[in-house]
Ligand binder design. Structure first.
Ligand code: SF4
Ligand code: SF4
Length: 380
């Protein structure tokens, strides 16, 4: 039976984090099972945008530093890589998140996927038929996902599987958002990407997670756990349960499980270390209206609710252009004043996710709020 380990870890002290990760790895069989001497080990971090570690949007540098050391001690050669959500901002994201410093201080090699070149990969995916994957993600001997435990505005949860969206550098992400603008289609696209990779391990930074409007605009929450598994899908079945969600509400997990890319059913997973019930938390869900509704109602009203809300830019905008560069449908202009063309906007929430000033807001219209209140008064 596939194993997912849960180990408590209360802070980001280097030695404490390293001990917790080592314990979590031992519980699933140890690194010796997957790393041979001189293997190139690519640690795929989450460096979505240039937020400091305490913002809890990116993999914490203490987890990165500890993993670099652990890989070296196992005989591997550690690399740390990602590409951020917006093209041209990866170097900034790796720097401001503290990941670059942690990688270099502990003896790892930093890789910016924007400058490594890509391989074109043909897929028989549900949404994607070909993708361009950063070369190191395919060239390495051992690929590892190092995600952050977070909510996500569109997919509800983001973890070990969705972390691999970052292997698509450059404008590739925007093109995928254009093709897959809904929760369901994006989840299929994420799993399509995952199907092209062969990760051997996931270690999740759940010491401080993010609740509410993740993946970057939520609130940090002390969640005090490290999760590990040699099956990214299984980890993504357990982690949402620890957060207080149902794993069956996470489409990437369900779809990847159904496609045989991992184990997505809790009943088929052995949870070792702490029990889920002993560490379960109550993460706030994303504020997208339909997600506050039960799943079947949520899906029923999804289209209407989406039509009643819009994404807007507030006066906090500092005109950094990250959202302009990342918008998949070029719906954003900054001059004479920041504006989103609502007719073009496909509500992918990339701008909301990448804005470091919190200037992008999700607004529900007055009429929309009244309508939903009439339908579901007890929920809103
Ligand atoms: S809305 Fe945010 S991301 Fe967009 S230009 Fe303004 S500050 Fe930058
Ligand atoms: S304006 Fe924002 S939410 Fe709308 S399509 Fe562009 S990036 Fe996505």
């Amino acid at each position: 039976m596939v194993k997912v380990s849960i180990v408590k870890c209360e802070n980001y002290d280097h030695n404490r984090v390293k001990k917790a990760i080592l314990e979590s790895l031992e519980l699933i069989g140890g690194l010796g099972k997957i790393i041979k001497p001189d293997d190139n080990v690519m640690l795929k971090v989450n460096a979505i945008a240039g937020f400091p570690p305490e913002h809890a949007a990116t993999t914490h540098p203490a987890v990165v530093g500890a993993m670099v050391e652990i890989v070296k001690e196992a005989g591997g050669i550690p690399y740390v890589g990602d590409s951020s959500g917006a093209y041209g901002f990866t170097a900034q994201a790796l720097e401001l998140s503290g990941i670059k410093k942690a990688c270099e201080e502990h003896g790892g090699k930093l890789v910016n996927f924007e400058s490594t070149g890509t391989y074109a990969v043909k897929l028989n995916g549900r949404v994607l038929s070909s993708i361009n994957v950063a070369k190191p993600a395919l060239d390495c001997d051992v690929l590892v996902s190092l995600p952050k435990m977070k909510t996500h505005m569109l997919t509800k949860y983001t973890g070990a599987v969705k972390n691999f969206f970052g292997v698509i550098p450059g404008g590739g992400k925007a093109a995928i958002h254009r093709m897959a603008p809904t929760e369901e289609s994006l989840s299929h696209a994420v799993v399509d990407i995952y199907s092209a990779l062969k990760p051997k391990l996931a270690v999740m930074d759940g010491i401080v997670g993010m609740e509410g409007d993740g993946a970057t605009n939520g609130t940090p929450i002390a969640s005090n756990v490290i999760l590990s598994s040699m099956d990214c899908v299984a980890l993504d079945a357990v982690a949402p349960e620890v957060m207080g969600f149902s794993h069956r509400d996470v489409l990437t997990t369900c779809i990847a499980g159904e496609r045989g890319l991992g184990v997505g059913e809790l009943d088929c997973i052995e949870v070792v270390g702490e029990k889920i019930n002993d560490v379960r938390l109550g993460f706030k869900k994303p504020s997208r209206i339909y997600y506050r509704l039960p799943t079947f109602l949520g899906r029923f009203v999804f289209k209407n609710a989406e039509n009643m809300s819009r994404v807007e830019i507030s006066n906090d905008c500092r005109r950094c252009r990250i959202c302009v560069e990342s918008c998949p449908v070029s719906a954003i202009t900054l001059f004479p004043s920041p504006l989103i063309d609502q007719k073009k906007c496909i509500k992918c929430y990339c701008c909301h996710e990448l804005c470091r000033s919190g200037a992008v807001k999700l607004k529900t219209s007055y009429l929309g709020r009244r309508q939903l209140k009439r339908w579901y008064p007890e929920r809103l």
